[in-house]
Design a protein around this ligand. Structure first.
Ligand SMILES: [Mg+2]
Length: 365
C-alpha cells in the first residue's frame, strides 16, 4: 500500500459559550481535518487544532504545511512505515499538531487495514474512557453551579477548574466548587501559567484544605526554578503541560524531578511520540494524564483510543469531553456520555463517522 496524497480541510466550529483561561479564550475552534489517501482506497483521518498561544500554528499554516511540505514528503510511502514518516516530517521544524494529525491518520489506515479498532492495536487495555471535564474561568458561584449541573447531567467524577488571573477569586472558586460538589468528586486545577512563581508559591498551598489532586502549570513554563520552589512549598502535586511538549522536554523535566504528573496530548505528539513519553513517565514514577487540546469529537476519539489502550493512562480519567461545549457534532452519531464515561466503537481504525454535510457547513476554505 502507498500514500497517494494528503488533504487538509480547515473548519471553524463555534463554541456554545466562550471558554476563558489564563492565557486566552476560545470562542470557536479553528481546526484542520487531515486526510491521508492510499492507492488501496483506505483513507486515514485526524484533527490538527491550531493553538498559536502554545504551538505558533494557525489553521492556515497547518493547511500550508500539509500542502507544501508534508504531503509531498509522504506521497509514495507505505502508511505502515511510521518511523520513515517521522524522519520525513522532522525535516521541517515545529508544526507539532500538523505532524501529530498525520501520524494519527497513518494509524487510522493501519487499523483499518488490520481490521481492528485502534484501542486494540495500540495496547488493548480497555475500550472505555472515564472523563475529566474542563470548566472555564468564571466567578465562584458560576463555576460551582456549572460543576453541579454537569455532574448531574453526565455523571462526571472528575472536574478540571481553570485559575491563574485573580488569586483571591480563584481560591474562593476552589472553595465554592468543593462545597458544591462534595468530597467524592476529584478536582484538578490548571493555572495555565497565569501566576508568577512568587504568587503561586503563596496561593497554591491555600488550596490544600480542598483536596486538590494536582495543580497544572502554576507559573510560566520557562520558570523551571520557580516551579521547583512551588512544588517544595505545597503538598499538592504539580503537573506539566505546555512546558513539556516534546519527548526531550519531558526527559528534562523528569531529570529535574519537579512534576509528579505529565500531560499527554496526542494532538501535539501523535501516537508515535506520545508512546515514547508515556514509557519515560512509567519508568520514572511520573503519572501520565491524557489532556485536552480543546478537541472536537474527532480529536477526542483519536486521544480516547490511545488513552484506553494503555494501562497507565486508562487508570485515570482523560480530559476528552471538551466537545460538549461546541455548537454541533461533526459525527453522524454524536458521542454519548453515560456515568461520566464513553465507549469506543469496534469499527476498524479510529472509527470516525464524519457527517460530510456538517463538515461542508463548517469548512472555511
Ligand atoms: Mg493545561
Amino acid at each position: 500500500m502507498k500514500i497517494t496524497k494528503l488533504e487538509a480541510i480547515p473548519f471553524r466550529m463555534p463554541m456554545r459559550e466562550t471558554v476563558k483561561f489564563a492565557t486566552g479564550q476560545l470562542s470557536a475552534l479553528d481546526h484542520v481535518l487531515v486526510r491521508v489517501y492510499t492507492d488501496e482506497g483506505l483513507v486515514g483521518q485526524s484533527e490538527a487544532p491550531s493553538r498559536p498561544m502554545v504551538y505558533g500554528e494557525s489553521a492556515i499554516s497547518i493547511v500550508a504545511a500539509v500542502r507544501d511540505w508534508f504531503g509531498p514528503a509522504l506521497t509514495g510511502l507505505d502508511p505502515f512505515a511510521t518511523e520513515q514518516a517521522w524522519a520525513r516530517l522532522d525535516r521541517v521544524e515545529h508544526n507539532p499538531t500538523a505532524k501529530a494529525a498525520i501520524d494519527m491518520a497513518l494509524y487510522d489506515i493501519i487499523g483499518q487495514a488490520a481490521g481492528v479498532p485502534l484501542y486494540r492495536l495500540l495496547g488493548g487495555w480497555s475500550n472505555e474512557v472515564e472523563l475529566s471535564h474542563i470548566l472555564g474561568l468564571g466567578t465562584p458561584p458560576q463555576v460551582a453551579e456549572q460543576a453541579q449541573r454537569l455532574i448531574a447531567q453526565y455523571g462526571f467524577g472528575t472536574l478540571k477548574l481553570k485559575a491563574g488571573i485573580d488569586p483571591v477569586r480563584d481560591t474562593a472558586m476552589v472553595r465554592a466548587v468543593r462545597e458544591a460538589v462534595g468530597p467524592s468528586i476529584r478536582l484538578h486545577i490548571d493555572v495555565n501559567h497565569g501566576y508568577s512563581s512568587l504568587v503561586a508559591t503563596r496561593v497554591v498551598p491555600q488550596w490544600e484544605p480542598y483536596d486538590i489532586a494536582w495543580v497544572e502549570e502554576p507559573c510560566p513554563g520557562w520558570d523551571v526554578r520557580g516551579r521547583e520552589l512551588i512544588a517544595a512549598a505545597t503538598s499538592i502535586p504539580v503537573m506539566a503541560d505546555e512546558s513539556c511538549t516534546t519527548v526531550v522536554a519531558v526527559m528534562d523535566e523528569i531529570r529535574r524531578g519537579t512534576c509528579r504528573l505529565m500531560s499527554i496530548k496526542n494532538a501535539r505528539t501523535g501516537y508515535t511520540q506520545s508512546r515514547k513519553i508515556i514509557d519515560l513517565c512509567e519508568a520514572n514514577g511520573i503519572v501520565p494524564v491524557t489532556g485536552s487540546q480543546g478537541d472536537t469529537e474527532i480529536g477526542a476519539y483519536a486521544s480516547a483510543h490511545f488513552h484506553a489502550a494503555h494501562r497507565c493512562t486508562a487508570s485515570g480519567p482523560g480530559e476528552l469531553s471538551f466537545f460538549l461545549d461546541t455548537e454541533a457534532s461533526l459525527f453522524t452519531e454524536p458521542i454519548q456520555i453515560r456515568a461520566g464515561k464513553f465507549m469506543l466503537p469496534d469499527t476498524p481504525g479510529l472509527g470516525l463517522q464524519i457527517d460530510e454535510g456538517k463538515l461542508a457547513h463548517y469548512r472555511v476554505a
